[in-house]
Write a protein that binds this ligand. Structure first.
Ligand code: GLN
Length: 526
């Protein structure tokens, strides 16, 4: 008997259409695994068994009706129909919790569905539950969650990356074949790299953020995680597109070719022939682990061997990415988080004047990283400092974007780069020094500053831990990025690291294994 959790989503879709498996069977298998391993991984904040099974039954009914109608009706079904999915806990699902990893939203129930939740329902996906994250998506390790950290399935004493660490860990651990994250400065690509899976940050404006808890509105994008390029592309197809309720969502058509990436490796690899790829020298940042650099350079050599032309290029303003991001993102966050006042959302603390209640609610509701960002952002926006910080940062942001624009004009099809300078680090390693945590995103956040799409794909292991390879493209070039990713999968299909499962899954199965919070506490005390 096959283990249903080990299938790719596109394999599940085929079996569902042929009636060889039901959505209920798929859902049961994934729920059982998630429930069993969540003590050790803490990837999920909510597992909604009843709702998931009801959605699975609805998907099975749609499949049966389409099959009765004939082949055309079956073909018209979205490939995500009946597929189990995990959502980061900042996506609104009507009637469900949406904590954004924060105490301040403890007990809050979303009054409506996010746009992407509606789209997933239309397509027939089965939402298993909600995943852990850094509080308000601020972080690179998921250690800033108010609900305890998530463990990396490859090494349970290490972080999965962040802020979408729960969504990445859940897919790496086979609790779901696909999941949703958000990426403001790297929060999809970096955890994808650290967990050994695929994660795409789409072009700014590709996916509506209606019904998503906002962090930094000029940077936030929603995107897919999966264990292969085809599944990630299918999930993007399901959620992307214009929505009137998010004025930043662009009226740009979503290519249906996202659903027909080549299945055969020969055909997929052919995409690389004659491609022009740029290798930005500034992305091999100081502090990059030599093993990571080695893996990335080996991947670049493989792309060249398969027919791509790779030239070293320069993105001269890369160095300013971190400094400008940490003005712009906290500034926007300080405005977005003003709404959590104890009146409109979640629990209200204090029993005095409005100001006393406000201070008590926010003082105890927000964690230290969120407070740090609110202070940074409020300062940067204050009269007298606005020009020196926020306005200046916006100007530098334009320069960062122009660095990329120049390369597209020169005819580059995409850039290839590391995703993260390091592999997954141990719990506590960067918690005492916020700037060292911020450096985790040095190779990803310029892409958000420029509004571009970027994808991370696994490119091997360093000391047994996954390394990510990043492709960066021009605006709206997600299809190109998926083709390149699929081609890279094809040319490395025989690599010794392909098909290896995360090394600590057996420990995650053991009911006696400590929780990540216990583990992190032990490590930081030692
Ligand atoms: N690590 C970055 C930050 O803390 C990016 C987070 C994100 O992409 N949401 O702001």
């Amino acid at each position: 008997m096959i283990d249903l959790t080990r299938l790719h989503a596109h394999e599940m879709a085929r079996l569902l259409r042929h009636g060889d498996v039901t959505a209920r069977e798929l859902t049961e298998a994934h729920l059982a695994l998630a429930e069993r391993q969540n003590r050790a991984l803490n990837a999920w904040l909510t597992i909604d068994r009843d709702r998931a099974l009801a959605e699975a039954d609805a998907a099975d009914a749609r499949l049966a009706a389409a099959r009765a109608e004939g082949a055309r009706a079956v073909d018209a079904l979205h490939p995500i129909l009946g597929i189990p999915i995990a959502l980061k806990d900042l996506v609104s699902v009507a009637g469900g919790k949406a904590t954004a990893g924060s105490r301040i939203l403890d007990g809050y129930r979303a009054p409506y569905d996010a746009h992407i939740t509606e789209r997933l329902r239309d397509a027939g996906a089965v939402i298993l539950g909600k995943t852990n994250m850094d509080e308000f998506a601020m972080g690179s390790s998921t250690e800033h969650s108010a609900y305890g950290p998530t463990a990396n399935p490859w090494a349970l004493d290490r972080v999965p990356g962040g802020s979408s660490g729960g969504s990445a860990a859940a897919v790496a651990a086979f609790h779901a074949p696909v999941s949703i994250g958000t990426d403001t400065g790297g929060s999809i690509r970096q955890p994808a790299a650290l967990c050994g899976i695929v994660g795409l940050k789409p072009t700014y404006g590709r996916v509506s953020r209606y019904g998503i808890v906002a962090f930094a509105s000029s940077l936030d994008q929603i995107g897919p995680f999966a264990r292969n390029a085809r599944d990630a592309a299918a999930l993007l197809h399901a959620v992307a597109g214009r929505d009137e309720r998010d004025s930043t969502s662009a009226p740009v058509s979503v290519p249906d070719e996202l659903l027909s990436l080549p299945a055969a490796d020969d055909e997929a690899a052919g995409w690389l022939r004659g491609k022009r790829l740029g290798l930005p020298r500034e992305y091999f940042v100081a502090g990059m682990e030599p093993q990571v650099e080695h893996r990335v350079r080996a991947a670049v050599a493989a792309l060249e061997a398969a027919g791509a032309r790779v030239d070293e290029v320069s993105l001269p303003h890369t160095d300013y990415g971190l400094a400008t991001y940490y003005i712009v993102a906290p500034a926007e966050a300080s405005a977005n988080l003003a709404r959590y006042d104890g009146i409109r959302y979640g629990p209200r603390l204090g029993n005095g004047t409005v100001l006393e209640n406000y201070l008590a609610t926010r003082g105890r509701g927000f964690g230290p990283e969120v407070k740090r960002r609110i202070m940074l952002g409020t300062y940067a926006l204050s009269a007298g400092y606005y020009d020196a910080y926020y306005l200046k940062a916006q100007k530098v942001r334009t320069l960062i974007k122009q660095d990329f624009d120049r390369l597209w004009l020169e005819g580059f099809d995409a850039l290839v780069a590391p995703t993260s300078p390091t592999v997954a680090f141990p719990f506590g390693a960067k918690m005492a020094d916020p700037v060292s945590m911020y450096l985790s995103d040095a190779c990803t956040l310029p892409v958000n500053m420029a509004g571009l799409p970027g994808i991370s794909v696994p490119c091997g292991l360093a000391d047994g831990l996954p390394v990510g390879l990043q492709f960066i493209g021009a605006a709206w070039s997600e299809l190109e990025l998926f083709h390149l990713s699929r081609a890279y999968e094809a040319i490395t299909a025989g690599a010794d690291w392909r098909g290896l499962e995360p090394a600590d899954l057996a420990r995650a199965d053991d009911p006696g294994t400590p929780t990540p919070a216990e583990r992190a506490g032990v490590l930081s005390a030692s």
